[in-house]
Design a protein around this ligand. Structure first.
Ligand code: SF4
Length: 347
């Protein structure tokens, strides 16, 4: 029953924004007409109540459908070099500061990386993401990655993304010349909160690499990790910062706290909160690829399909150090929700 002012009564633990204070259809209309999400609107998305969730998702979907139809882009990620990392990112099981039971290995050989691209293509992935642990690549590692990229491009039309840490301009140019299409480097969280999750490099270091990648002509994949103890303001900051750095693709990860990391024992955010956050990133970055990335299964559980309303991309098969629900289940998820796997020509 509504209060006299028309708002719904709030329950303990519920957000304070009264139901109906925002007209979500008007918001999606404004954005589709070229308007930009402002900070107060962004905060209203995150503070909207669970009762409004489907209306918020529908408004985000109107934007997603305008730019991407009902297609879902599949990405396949490869952990080409795992563990032994000098950095202290507190969420990461590959940091040498973490005491984790992951598989660790040096950079894989060219043939193994190329074989991974063949497997990705068989899964109808539009993009193959080659990831290495570490602060930054050394030149001999770049030799391997560039040779793998050249061979993949000779064989298959699949798009290539690499995620190798901090880059120099010369390294970014080498990747571009070898046929790499896109570079991933996440901002992870807000500028304000970054120092609380990592001390071995800075938020500004990360922004600098995003600029270097773009200056070399690489598309920029740049997103973040939600649920590390950041505030709603931090999430808004991140969504707006990704707009400012010109991210072409935004992977949004949800913390699935790994045993042995500094984040062990944290509570995952709720599926509802994750869905509102995805909607925020769609409103803030309307025509950008938005991927519901790591933590999808763990955080969203049976509500995974709802993530496809704001997001138009997923990682299929699994992640860097954790498995996913598998490719077959991912396809069933997409089909059962009435979406389709996007063709490589749609990437
Ligand atoms: S730099 Fe990358 S691999 Fe190293 S700890 Fe940070 S997130 Fe993990």
């Amino acid at each position: 029953m509504r209060a006299a002012d028309g708002s719904m009564p709030s329950l303990p633990g519920e957000s304070k924004i009264p139901w109906g204070i925002m007209n979500w259809t008007d918001l999606s209309g404004k954005i589709l007409n070229g308007g930009r999400l402002d900070r107060s609107e962004a905060m209203a998305v995150l503070q909207s109540s669970d009762d409004e969730l489907l209306v918020v998702l529908q408004a985000a979907f109107e934007i997603r459908r305008t730019y991407f139809g009902r297609g879902v882009r599949l990405h396949v990620i490869r952990n080409a070099k795992s563990g032994f990392c000098s950095e202290d990112c507190s969420y990461c099981s590959q940091s040498s500061k973490a005491d984790t039971a992951i598989e660790r290995h040096p950079l894989q050989a060219v043939e193994a990386i190329v074989q991974g691209a063949r497997e990705a293509q068989q899964m109808n992935a539009v993009r193959y993401c080659i990831v290495t642990s570490g602060r930054q690549p050394v030149e001999t590692e770049l030799d391997v990655i560039c040779e793998a990229a050249r061979q993949i491009k000779r064989e298959a039309p699949i798009q290539i993304c690499t995620s190798l840490g901090l880059l120099t301009p010369a390294q970014a140019q080498r990747l571009k010349a070898a046929g790499v299409d896109r570079y991933n480097h996440n901002l992870e969280t807000s500028s304000r909160y970054y120092g609380a999750i990592c001390t071995t490099h800075s938020y500004d270091d990360r922004v600098a690499t995003t600029r270097i990648a773009k200056a070399a002509g690489l598309e920029l994949c740049c997103g973040g990790l939600i649920g590390m103890g950041e505030t709603l303001d931090d999430r808004v900051d991140l969504a707006l910062a990704l707009r400012e750095v010109g991210a072409d693709s935004i992977p949004l990860n949800f913390l699935d706290p790994r045993p042995g990391t500094a984040m062990e024992g944290r509570t995952r955010i709720s599926a509802m909160e994750a869905l509102r956050t995805l909607a925020l990133f769609r409103f803030a970055n309307p025509d950008r690829e938005l991927r519901v990335a790591g933590g999808r299964e763990a955080c969203l559980g049976p509500l995974q399909a709802l993530a496809l309303y704001p997001a138009n991309s997923i990682f299929t098969r699994g992640y860097l150090t954790t498995g996913g629900q598998g490719h077959t289940a991912d396809l069933a998820l997409i089909e059962s929700a009435g979406f389709q796997v996007a063709e490589i020509t749609d990437a």
